[in-house]
Design a protein around this ligand. Structure first.
Ligand code: IPE
Ligand code: IPE
Ligand code: MG
Length: 231
């Protein structure tokens, strides 16, 4: 069977903490290994011709973790963006951040804006990084914009354009690692017709082979969108 390449893949990168615990390491060590894996999957996505990739890095609920872990996660993000931004540009990646900005450190927000601005001209891959992102929060912020419009104007298409992911089509495939079978407040509106794939592998152990397995599974799916398929 030939491999169908989805236009947009979204990933809930889960299992960093369990990966570290299994090794007797602090949870943050799992996050660092997870960031390396994310970097490799981004490169692989370009090689495969995937156009949009959305990665869940920090949820609106992740603020409820211990302060040290939250701080370490943002420090990891800051360091990663600072040291990898030139590589992202070299690879021709357009980066966008989805989620709230108002609870994130101002210096980090500045760096995020700089990267969005600098990478605007690139189009090898649209990389959406979900930071302080929650699906309900995304919808609520869109509703607050929508109430200023005329009732008749508010169609599904228009409402979609008010959401954070307005510049990417809905994901074709969602991958969640580490065995949990839930959405955890990720892209609630945009996942309406997305194919779901769950892997038992912890994110720091995820690999190109595992990613290919998900794509092979996706290639066998019959997407119907509510219709009857001609057999
Ligand atoms: C995913 O790994 C990364 C984030 C949510 C930031 P976890 O930290 O949730 O790992 P587990 O689920 O505890 O193993
Ligand atoms: C979802 O993972 C958020 C990210 C991967 C960033 P969580 O580990 O926070 O989700 P739950 O708590 O298991 O639902
Ligand atoms: Mg988790």
């Amino acid at each position: 069977m030939s491999l169908k390449i989805p236009e947009h893949v979204a990933i809930i990168m889960d299992g960093n903490g369990r990966w570290a615990r299994k090794r007797g390491l602090p949870r943050i060590a799992g996050h660092y290994k997870g960031a390396e894996v994310a970097e490799d999957i981004v490169e692989f996505a370009i090689e495969l011709g995937i156009k949009h990739l959305t990665l869940f890095a920090f949820s609106t609920e992740n603020w409820n973790r211990p302060k040290e872990e939250v701080e370490a996660l943002f420090e990891l993000l800051r360091r990663y963006l600072q040291t990898k931004k030139d590589k992202l540009y070299k690879l021709g990646i357009r980066v966008r951040f989805i989620g709230r900005r108002d609870r994130i450190n101002k210096e980090l927000v500045k760096l995020m804006q700089e990267i969005e601005e600098e990478s605007k001209k690139f189009k090898n891959l649209f990389l959406n990084l979900a930071v302080d992102y929650g699906g309900r929060d995304d919808i609520l912020r869109a509703v607050k914009k929508a109430v200023k419009l005329q009732r008749e104007e508010i169609t599904e298409e228009l409402f979609s354009s008010l959401l954070d992911l307005s510049c990417s089509p809905d994901p074709d495939l969602l991958i969640r690692t580490a065995g949990e079978k839930r959405i955890s407040n990720f892209l609630l509106w945009n996942l309406a017709y997305t194919e779901l794939y769950f892997s038992e592998t912890l994110w720091p152990d995820f690999s190109r082979e595992e990613f290919l397995k998900a794509l092979e599974d996706f290639s066998r799916r019959k997407r119907k969108f509510g219709r009857v398929l001609d057999e």
